[in-house]
Every structure is written in structure tokens, then in C-alpha cells.
Design a protein around this ligand. Structure first.
Ligand code: NAD
Ligand code: G6P
Ligand code: MN
Length: 443
């Protein structure tokens, strides 16, 4: 593109992450000049609180940037260069069910993994595709950078249903973990690392980590992993809640299964589901923690800014989550050719794995899009796990397309988090009932 300035729409304008993304867009104006920011959401009331606070902040800090918010797709998606998407179809009310229903059956209750992730996936597909279609209708040259979860299922759905679309699905977890690894090695952040990684979203492993001079950092990182997982360097990171600390520590046991690689934290849900369930409170799950924490503080601050009519005096700062998506937009717009971890169709990036799978691998990004960096062949252990998990994701999308009860039952039965087909069926029936307003009718 290489334009003078860009118009950006944030889809899921009422997201807890929106203020951070807006802050980051303003922060990066030198390298990625933005002329117009639009918020789009289908919940006008939720979005308005965030939007009014952002309007005040922008007016005070970058009055030259035009700002608007809307629930009208034509207004939101006309004449834009980027959609930064972070929608949560069904909001926290449905996330609560994704987590609590499986736990009542003694199964992992998580936003993106296991039955909860499957239920959420069946809600997200239509929401993300709808926005993608608006974008292609009103601004066909724009890029959509998508955080909306569960990113693995969304990526498989968009790959299959909109194969020519300009969407890139991303996750901030590998970046957050690489920031930790950099800190463990006395480096600044993930940009100081040269890495090899393969996997599905929330389901992958690093097989190489070096510094820019080619020094192997794996021995240092492995030493920390074996002792304390990622927990040796978490101070000052965005994930400070108690449950995240446990997740960082539990990576030690995930690492123990294959000491040749460094694992993504989310693998604990697949490899230690019994432990996860035993340590979950079915009456107080991550949704409750997020509502009492992040949502309360973001919306609380927005209300205060609106009430006082100024954002001055508030301690506002963007985190690596926002930095990552804005950096990616900048790479596409300004041809920076930096390295990003993206969720993209495999086509040989992992040689001995399904070419049609949506995999997470490092890529080089520039104005011509992304180029995958080939990761070679992967070991039997990871390949076996990934084949099972990718089959779950593919069956979920097939079930959505074909309205198939049978395929959804197969998907749930195949998930490593579910102990038997009978538990899978009970879960399916209860999740279906809870998701009547969102899932397609199953036959
Ligand atoms: P949130 O509930 O605060 O915000 C989501 C917003 O999306 C809400 O305002 C909601 O009204 C809106 N929305 C729902 N359906 C919509 C639709 N069809 N069209 C337009 N807007 C819609 O959620 P949050 O905790 O801020 O998270 C937002 C999303 O970002 C979630 O999907 C979350 O999982 C995802 N996320 C992903 C990553 C990643 O690594 N990929 C990281 C962080 C957050
Ligand atoms: C990590 C994951 C995301 C997830 C996010 C927030 O960054 O990569 O996919 O959405 O954590 O999770 P939370 O439980 O705080 O809403
Ligand atoms: Mn993620």
C-alpha cells in the first residue's frame, strides 16, 4: 500500500482490548499514520462506553485523527484499509456457559480448548464471516487482522468458506511467551529472538530459539522450563491473574513430556485435563475472573473518563497484544518484512502434515502479504497430537456447514479433553440447548 495515511476499523468496538488498540494506533503514528479510526460492534450500548472514552482521549492527544463509532456495517467498512477484529459472539454470558457446562461433566471448561472452544467456535464462524463479507463488499482491498477466538476454528472456517479473502488470523500467546523467554535470556523482547515454531493455534512448540547473532538460547530456556516453567519471568507482563501464574508454572510438566521443545501453555488442557479439572472451581471460572478484573477495570476507567470529561491524569498504556496487531498492520502497509507468527493454511510449511490444515508458523510479512517460513518435518509425538486436534477443528467446521449433529458428536468424542463418546453426547446436547440462539439447527 505505502499510502500517506490509513483508515482502520476495530470490529468488536466494545471489547476490553479496544482502548489498548486505539492507544497503540496513536502511539505508532510515526511509522503507521492513521487518519480515521472507526469502532464497529453489534451491541451499541456496550460499544458507546468505550467509544466515548476513546473520543475524549483522541481529542486530547491526536485531534487530527478522525474518530467515529457505529453499528451500521456500510458506515463501518466503507473506504477503509484495515479491519482489526476482536469480537466475542455471545459475549461473556456465553463464555460462562462454555466453561461451566463442561466442568459440570468433569471435563475441561475453557474458552478455546475442548468442548467450550468447540461451542464458541460454532458461534464465532458466522460473526467473523459476516464481517469479512462486509469488508469485501465495501472495501475489497482491505486486510482483516483477526484476533477473534477460537482462532483455530475461525481460521479453518475462513480458509474453507472464504479461500480468497484477505484475512490473517493471529494469536498473542506465542509473542507473550517469547517475551518471557527473551527476559529469561536477558534480552529485551521477542524481536531479539530468531525462532522455529510449529503447531495449530494454542497447540504448538518451539524447536529453535537463537539470538540475532546465532547463539543457541534453548539450553538457558530449557533450564528455566525444567525448574519453574515460564514462571521465572512473569513480573510486569499483561497476564498477572492467579490463574495465569498457575498456567505458566504448569508449563514445566508439559515441557517434561518432550524436553527437546518448548511448549505453548495451552497444551496443558490436552495433556493434563484431569489436573485442570481438579483445580477448577465450577462455580467460579476464568469468565468470572475476567469480569471482576479486566472488564471491570476497563469499563470503570471509561466511565470515569466520560464523567470527568478528560483522560488526563489516568494511567493508560497499551500492551504487547495491541502492539502485535498494529505492528502487523504496519508490516502490510509499509512493507517492513518483519517476522510474525501467523495462523495460515499449511501447504508444506510443516512438511509431513496435512497441507490443508490451518497451522501456526513464523512468516515474513510485507506489502505483498505473508510468506511462510518452512519448518521441515515434525516428530511423531507432536504430529499425532496435531492430527487428532486438527481433525476436531475440521469436523466442527464441517458440522457447521452441513448442520450435522453426527459430525459434532464425532468432533467432541475426538477431543483429547473428552473421556468418552457418551460424555461427548451429554455435553453436545447440553451445549446445543445453551447455544440455541447461535448455532445452526443440527440434524
Ligand atoms: P468482549 O466481550 O469484551 O468484547 C467483544 C465485543 O464483540 C463485544 O463488545 C461484543 O458486543 C462484540 N461482538 C460480539 N459479536 C459481534 C458481532 N457479530 N459483530 C460485531 N461485534 C460483535 O471480549 P474480550 O475479552 O475483549 O475479547 C475479544 C475477543 O478477542 C475474544 O474473541 C477473545 O477471545 C479474543 N482475543 C484473542 C486473542 C488471541 O490470542 N487470538 C487475544 C486476546 C483476545
Ligand atoms: C491469551 C490467548 C488468547 C486469549 C487471551 C485472554 O492471550 O492467546 O487467545 O483470548 O489470552 O484470555 P482471558 O482469559 O484473559 O480472556
Ligand atoms: Mn490466542
Amino acid at each position: 500500500m505505502g499510502k500517506q495515511s490509513y483508515a482502520v476499523t476495530i470490529a468488536g468496538g466494545g471489547s476490553t482490548y479496544t482502548p489498548g488498540v486505539v492507544l497503540m494506533l496513536l502511539h505508532d503514528m510515526q511509522k503507521f499514520p492513521v487518519r480515521h479510526i472507526t469502532l464497529y460492534d453489534n451491541d451499541a450500548e456496550r460499544q458507546e462506553t468505550i467509544a466515548k472514552a476513546c473520543a475524549i482521549y483522541i481529542q486530547e492527544n491526536a485531534p487530527e485523527v478522525k474518530f467515529s463509532y457505529t453499528t451500521d456495517p456500510a458506515e463501518a467498512f466503507t473506504g477503509i484499509d484495515f479491519v482489526l477484529a476482536q469480537i466475542r459472539v455471545g459475549k461473556y454470558e456465553m463464555r460462562d456457559k462454555d466453561e461451566k457446562i463442561p466442568l459440570r461433566h468433569g471435563v475441561v471448561g475453557q474458552e478455546t480448548c475442548g468442548p467450550g472452544g468447540i461451542a464458541y467456535g460454532l458461534r464465532s464462524i458466522v460473526g467473523v464471516i459476516e464481517i469479512l463479507d462486509y469488508m469485501e463488499k465495501y472495501s475489497p482491498d482491505a486486510w482483516m487482522l483477526n484476533y477473534s477466538n477460537p482462532a483455530a476454528i475461525v481460521a479453518e472456517a475462513t480458509r474453507r468458506l472464504r479461500p480468497d479473502s484477505r484475512i490473517i488470523n493471529i494469536c498473542d500467546m506465542p509473542i507473550a511467551l517469547m517475551d518471557i523467554m527473551a527476559a529469561l535470556c536477558g534480552l529485551r523482547d521477542y524481536r531479539d529472538l530468531v525462532y522455529g515454531y510449529y503447531g495449530l493455534n494454542h497447540f504448538g512448540w518451539w524447536w529453535k530459539i537463537q539470538d540475532k547473532s546465532g547463539r543457541d538460547l534453548m539450553p538457558t530456556i530449557k533450564e528455566h522450563m525444567a525448574r519453574n516453567g515460564y514462571a521465572d519471568a512473569v513480573a510486569g507482563l499483561q497476564f498477572v491473574d492467579e490463574s495465569w501464574l498457575h498456567t505458566f508454572q504448569k508449563a514445566k510438566d508439559v515441557y517434561a513430556l518432550d524436553p527437546n521443545t518448548i511448549p505453548n501453555t495451552y497444551l496443558k488442557y490436552y495433556l493434563y485435563p484431569d489436573y485442570v479439572v481438579a483445580n477448577s472451581d465450577p462455580n467460579h471460572t476464568r469468565t468470572d475472573e475476567v469480569r471482576e478484573g479486566r472488564e471491570k477495570s476497563v469499563f470503570g476507567m471509561a466511565h470515569k473518563i466520560i464523567q470527568q470529561g478528560t483522560a488526563r491524569g489516568f494511567e493508560l498504556k497499551a500492551d504487547e497484544h495491541s502492539e502485535y496487531i498494529v505492528d502487523l498492520a504496519c508490516a502490510l502497509a509499509e512493507n517492513t518484512r518483519e517476522r510474525f507468527m501467523l495462523i495460515v493454511p499449511n501447504h508444506g510449511a510443516i512438511e509431513n502434515f496435512d497441507p490443508t490444515a490451518a497451522v501456526e508458523v513464523p512468516c515474513i510479512v510485507g506489502s505483498d502479504g505473508y510468506q511462510k517460513i518452512c519448518q521441515g518435518s515434525i516428530p511423531q509425538f507432536q504430529k499425532g497430537l496435531m492430527e487428532q486436534q486438527v481433525s476436531v477443528e475440521k469436523l466442527v467446521v464441517s458440522a457447521w456447514v452441513e448442520h450435522s449433529y453426527q459430525k459434532l458428536w464425532q468432533a467432541l468424542s475426538l477431543s483429547k479433553t473428552v473421556p468418552s463418546a457418551s460424555v461427548a453426547k451429554d455435553l453436545l446436547d447440553e451445549l446445543y440447548e445453551a447455544n440455541r440462539n447461535f448455532w445452526p439447527e443440527l440434524r
